[in-house]
Write a protein that binds this ligand. Sequence first.
Ligand SMILES: [Zn+2]
Length: 115
Amino acid sequence: MVLSFQAPSHLNVPIVRPRYEVADVLRNYGDDYRARHSLPIHVHRVLNAIQNCRTAALGGHVERCNDCGELQISYNSCRDRHCPKCQGLERVRWVEGPWPSLRQGSDRPCVVSLG
Ligand SMILES: [Zn+2]
């Protein structure tokens, strides 16, 4: 199942959630991978951050609509620069970023790696 969300109005880009996320892979296979491989502590921290991002493990808050009283639970983000969930909005901003001259006539940006 693919869920679509409304991006911030100034971005005008749909945000689509994949069926499986990196965090799902880490939750399912991360412990086994870590047991078989010796990883530096900073890699463990990143993997833990991604795995726990936007889950109850990092806490959260409840918002209530003042009009209808509907409650919405939002879990905290890990804010790690490697986390694909946390960097999703930044990626959208980058795609929408200062590239108008490169994007003329195309719906998709052109990415060129220089190396
Ligand atoms: Zn995150």
